[in-house]
Design a protein around this ligand. Structure first.
Ligand code: C5P
Length: 223
């Protein structure tokens, strides 16, 4: 039988991760955190001291990097990179920057394509990323594009960083987010844009449980 796929794409800070995990848990479906794959490769490339201008080495590293998701659906899922628990390191800004650098290389994206598609297994898959609905699962039955105003995304990020004791300014974060949006939307390979058949869901000023329900309603219209 065809395995149903729900793609959830959007910019960082749109609440994708939180919403996607919650929706996957409610549906009892598998969950693909595609950003974590890019982060894992960025991290492994750093460990191996690979020069980021050496695309052939980065492609080899992409194929060689083992990524395991442990405790899917639990409170604290862990991500193992080449057998090492790299969960906290994966979330850092440095790893995020490495991920977005390697994510701009077409050969690296191609090297991750089949690995992402392999997550499509019964009873269903929630796929979270930037190009899930446009490139990886263009035939997905359900597609959502999550947005939130740049101001709100900056505020969410500001709160997260303040809790971690990182000192930043809201204005500075907003500038960074606007610059990242422009870069992501303009890059030549897999630019961030909604699939034509995606449902746009704006999370600005909306509590998580309300957004989760709105997404679930798309999948199970009668629930
Ligand atoms: O979503 P997350 O912040 O973990 O993604 C890290 C980086 O990986 C993003 O900034 C983006 O450049 C890249 N990415 C991508 N395509 C995806 C998922 C992530 O290019 N499907």
């Amino acid at each position: 039988p065809a395995v149903p796929v729900l793609t959830i794409d959007g910019p960082s800070g749109s609440g994708k991760g939180t919403i996607s995990r919650a929706v996957a848990a409610r549906l009892g479906w598998h969950y693909l955190d595609s950003g974590a794959l890019y982060r894992a490769v960025g991290l492994a490339a750093g460990w191996a001291d690979i020069d980021f201008s050496d695309h052939a080495a980065l492609v080899r590293c992409t194929f060689d990097t083992r990524v395991e998701f442990v405790g899917e659906g639990s409170e604290e899922p862990r991500v193992l990179v080449n057998g090492t628990d790299a969960t906290p390191e994966l979330r850092t800004e440095i790893t995020g920057a490495a991920a977005s650098a390697i994510a701009a290389i077409p050969e690296v994206r191609a090297a991750l394509r089949d690995r992402q598609r392999a997550f499509r297994q019964l009873p269903g898959l929630v796929a979270d990323g930037r190009d899930m609905g446009t490139v990886i699962f263009p035939e997905a039955r359900y597609k959502v594009f999550l947005t939130a105003s740049a101001e709100e995304r900056a505020e969410r990020r500001y709160k997260q960083l303040k809790e971690k004791g990182v000192s930043v300014t809201l204005a500075g974060l907003l500038r960074e987010i606007l610059a990242r949006d422009a870069r992501d939307a303009q890059r030549a390979v897999a630019p961030l844009r909604p699939a034509e058949d995606a449902v746009l869901v704006d999370t600005t000023g909306t509590p998580v449980d309300v957004v989760v329900q709105r997404v679930l309603d798309l999948v199970v219209p009668t629930a």
